[in-house]
Design a protein around this ligand. Structure first.
Ligand SMILES: NC(=O)c1ccc[n+]([C@@H]2O[C@H](COP(=O)([O-])OP(=O)(O)OC[C@H]3O[C@@H](n4cnc5c(N)ncnc54)[C@H](O)[C@@H]3O)[C@@H](O)[C@H]2O)c1
Ligand SMILES: O=C(O)C(=O)C[C@@H](O)[C@H](O)[C@H](O)COP(=O)(O)O
Ligand SMILES: [Zn+2]
Length: 406
């Protein structure tokens, strides 16, 4: 087995054969690595900018206030056809569609709007199909742009529509939820759900640009805002212990949506994600750390029924339970697990669910469809320390059952 150490270069694969203290035999194929603190991008023309470096697929994430007004000019500068489409949901349309259409038209583009129902239920085939029909009816061409205006649901859906229409047209992410600004608009995972599990159909398809206008967060309902904090906290837990400490310090400012705190935090999250994605675009290894809390969280979203639990809520519980597994399997200090649970609680997120009997079995069934599964074995992302995540841990099912029911 080769292992680079928690803060080493981070590309590690080993064979089976590790024992967890007192828990019988635990099989692992793992990897690890963590980050140094960054500054959250740099300023270009007064706009905070983070780069995702992917060769010819590289793009910028622009973060700040008042950016919707500049969207049209930035889209035009991508060299796309005049005709384009804005895919959004009914709620977001009520707040921002007019402004976005105006900005695009002001730059000489000819946008059509495609509006889908709000919520997780729109990440399904029928809605993809309707979007494709709308693009065809509007005669979109190969160089026509799709603008995804909304939260993670719209971003995942519209990105998948863009990836598949005419075998791929350019798209731009305009995220309007905290979750989408820090996570789903970056990195190119696009797709939809199946009844059997989350995001089981999709593609890796990078946007050409991400425009995160922090002003849009002003209208986001409290529950949705807090759900986004689960992904924010995840970055500290998996990649940057000092950022985690900073989040503990600024949680009050985050909860009151302080503009300065938001810009700093959104940019740092994007920077961490950009770094991981740049190293491992299609999740051959290290990118799996972004899935911390998701093995259990995604299973719970599917078992509970899509939309009952918000994604952020489900992965908040998932993070606490996967931290618990980390304590038992790789000796994560209990104090770290408790700090994680404490910060998620301060963010107003659920951290515990009592699952019993058939629920536990259904959760395990859903986890067996997780995309990280190899040769039928569920693989977890575990924390060795604060800011140090390892991927590829195969944990004995008896232990997983015990933690799910604890
Ligand atoms: N692709 C990825 O890398 C990735 C990463 C994380 C999550 N996701 C996916 O993202 C989805 C969750 O995204 P989400 O939490 O943004 O949910 P969402 O897209 O459903 O948006 C939440 C709700 O807020 C409304 N809304 C959005 N912006 C608003 C605004 N500015 N003002 C008022 N209302 C607004 C929406 O209409 C919706 O009702 C899940 O499907 C999850 O699987 C994907
Ligand atoms: O970008 C990634 O990689 C992530 O894992 C980010 C997650 O927060 C996100 O929920 C993602 O959609 C999960 O991807 P999946 O491959 O587990 O469906
Ligand atoms: Zn997520």
């Amino acid at each position: 087995m080769v292992f680079s150490g928690c803060c080493g270069v981070g590309r590690v694969f080993g064979g089976p054969g590790r024992s967890g203290p007192g828990w019988g035999r635990v099989w692992v194929v793992w990897g690890g690595g963590c980050f140094t603190a960054g500054s959250g991008g740099f300023y270009v023309g007064g706009v905070r900018t983070v780069c995702v470096s992917l060769g010819e697929r590289s793009y910028e994430i622009r973060v700040g206030s008042g950016l919707l007004a500049r969207l049209g000019e930035w889209c035009r500068d991508l060299g796309v056809s005049r005709r384009c489409a804005v895919i959004t949901d009914e709620r977001v349309a009520g707040h921002y569609l007019g402004r976005v259409m105006g900005s695009l038209e002001g730059a000489g583009l000819e946008p059509v709007a495609v509006t889908v129902p709000a919520g997780e239920g729109s990440k399904r085939w029928q809605v993809v199909h309707r979007c494709h029909d709308a693009l065809a009816a509007a005669r979109l061409e190969r160089r026509s742009l799709v603008v995804a205006l909304g939260g993670g649901v719209v971003g995942d859906l519209a990105g998948f529509v863009a990836a598949t229409y005419l075998r791929g047209v350019p798209f731009v992410q305009v995220p309007t939820t905290l979750l989408a600004q820090v996570d789903s608009s970056v990195g190119g995972k696009v797709g939809i759900n199946l009844g059997a599990g989350k995001n089981l159909v999709g593609a890796f398809y990078q946007p050409r640009l991400v425009v995160a206008d922090l002003d849009t967060l002003g209208t986001l309902p409290e529950r949705e805002y807090r759900a986004g904090l689960a992904e924010v906290i995840k970055y500290g837990a998996i990649a940057d212990g000092s950022f985690f400490g900073r989040l503990e310090g600024v949680m009050g400012g985050l909860l009151s949506r302080d503009a300065g705190v938001l810009e700093e935090v959104v940019a740092r999250c994007c920077e961490i994600k950009a770094q991981v994605v740049s190293e491992d675009e299609v999740e051959g290894g290290r990118r799996e750390i972004l899935n911390f809390g998701h093995t259990i969280g995604h299973a719970w979203e599917a078992v509970a029924g899509y939309g009952r639990w918000l994604h952020g809520e489900a992965i908040a519980v998932g993070q606490v339970l996967e931290a618990e597994l980390s304590c038992r399997v790789v000796g994560l200090a209990r104090e770290v697990r408790d700090r994680l649970e404490g910060l998620l609680e301060r963010a107003g997120l659920p951290t515990r669910v009592r699952w019993t009997g058939r629920r536990v079995e259904r959760l395990l069934g859903a986890m067996r469809l997780d995309k990280k599964v190899r040769d039928g074995r569920i693989r977890f992302v575990l924390l060795r320390g604060l800011g140090c995540a390892e991927w590829g841990h195969v944990v004995e099912e008896g232990l997983v059952r015990e933690v799910l029911g604890s």
